[in-house]
Design a protein around this ligand. Structure first.
Ligand SMILES: [Fe+2]
Length: 423
């Protein structure tokens, strides 16, 4: 039974709960789910999510790690998690310094957790981990979450299909899957010295009953669990002026075409000088298993090729992370839907902790350079001059590498009138 010490100032009855649980007041509040993400500037903010099954005040306390400073109280909000007894608490900590360690707790003097803000620039290389399609089997998920933590990344970005809570439109969402997902994340996705790693996500078809072309309201659980940066569904997270992470909704709860594409065009145009423009989304433009011609997701594949890939080409994107097909793939550089040495390399295809599928052999599809049935994650290392992307298998072995130099040509040559972002 979980006990929620942070609400004790408000709820006297909690003392009774402690006693009933046989716990002493010294035992620390330890929420069943605790995860970090960003809604705004990763160099100066951190959003903390945690769950409780009892009433609790959405409040935490923060200070620089290891300091003797007075704890600063940060208040947030609470939302009932649909279909669950849990409440999701969200507190955004702001006014932080870049590349600085902070500790937080739910009551001063109790168990503290710690995180690190993103750096202001790339004077030291920045590492992040990405992948998708996380949880078929608990053991696979645990192994890969632990590997992600061990790689000591600044953050992890998951491109959809996290808990597989939605399997069939006719069945209610399986909330136990989310409980397991967050239990694994909290326990395993930590660095060697215990730092919590921020988790940034995009939506996949298993986050919503009905899979594709659904209204956002159908994904109420997902949108309650994760604060997005800005408007729900899709947006961009800017790290200083060196990395813009485009978190896209590949036709799950927002159409590819229309408003999202219009927003993407203006958002990319405004960031064309950034050295690293990185889109992450679920359904691949260049799938390695599923057909790119037939089937529900092929319709979305074609829409992404038509509406997003030309924008990637125009504005200097050089790598895009795709998911959904449960295998490893690396495409040839592609520009204008043809092989081109100056094109975009599409990496995927979502095999964090799922049953593997057999991809088409590389020569069977013009766009594939390499494809294989390997559970994996990517470790991306950014410097001002280059990005290195290593693919790790579940044994922690590097089995593929992409190295791209950042050149002036990465930014589109012709200036373009900026249009306001929005969605
Ligand atoms: Fe999927």
């Amino acid at each position: 039974m979980s006990v929620f010490l942070n609400c004790r100032r408000l709820v006297v009855g909690v003392v009774v709960l402690w006693s009933a649980a046989g716990l002493s007041a010294n035992e620390a509040f330890d929420p069943p789910a605790l995860y970090l993400t960003w809604q705004r500037d990763p160099t100066s903010t951190m959003t903390v999510h945690w769950h409780t099954v009892e009433e609790a005040k959405p409040e935490l306390f923060v200070r620089p790690r290891g300091s003797a400073e007075k704890w600063r109280a940060v208040s947030g909000k609470s939302q009932a998690l649909p279909g669950s007894e849990r409440t999701v608490h969200t507190a955004e900590i702001s006014g932080l310094q870049p590349r600085t360690d902070y500790e937080f707790c739910f009551w001063p003097g109790e168990k503290a957790f710690y995180f690190r803000t993103a750096p202001r620039d790339l004077s030291q290389p920045l590492r992040f981990v990405t992948g998708g399609d996380v949880y078929h089997e608990r053991g696979w998920m645990d192994t890969m979450n632990a590997l992600a933590g061990k790689l000591d990344p600044a953050f992890v970005v998951i491109g959809g299909d996290l808990a597989y809570s939605c399997e069939k439109a006719s069945k209610p969402e399986n909330m136990e899957r989310w409980d397991h997902y967050f239990e694994s994340w909290k326990k395993h996705a930590r660095t060697a010295d215990g730092r919590l790693v921020p988790l940034v996500v995009t939506i996949g078809n298993h986050e919503v009953p009905g899979a594709y072309n659904q209204p956002p309201e159908r994904a109420a659980v997902y949108y309650t669990l994760f604060s997005m940066p800005g408007p729900r569904g899709y947006n961009v997270l800017d790290f200083g002026n060196y990395l813009s992470l485009f978190l896209l909704d590949s036709g799950i709860t927002h159409p590819v075409e229309g408003a999202q594409t219009d927003w993407l065009r203006s958002a990319l145009a405004q960031r064309r000088q950034a050295p690293h423009l990185v889109p992450v989304y679920h359904i691949p433009a260049y799938p390695c298993v599923r057909s790119d011609q037939e089937g529900e997701s092929a319709v979305i594949t074609q829409l992404i090729r038509k509406h997003w890939c030309p924008l990637f080409d125009e504005f200097g994107v050089k790598v895009a992370f795709e998911n959904h097909d449960h295998a490893f793939k690396r495409t040839r550089p592609i520009r204008g839907n043809k092989p081109d040495p100056n094109g975009v390399v599409y990496l995927g295809d979502g095999a964090w902790g799922v049953n593997l599928r057999k991809p088409d052999r590389a020569h069977a599809r013009w766009y594939l350079q390499r494809a294989a049935s390997i559970r994996h994650l990517y470790l991306v290392t950014l410097s001002p001059e280059a990005r290195q992307i290593l693919a790790f298998d579940e044994q922690g072995r590097v089995f593929d590498e992409v190295y791209q130099r950042v050149t002036a040509a990465d930014s589109a040559a012709e200036p373009r009138a900026e249009t306001p972002a929005g969605s």
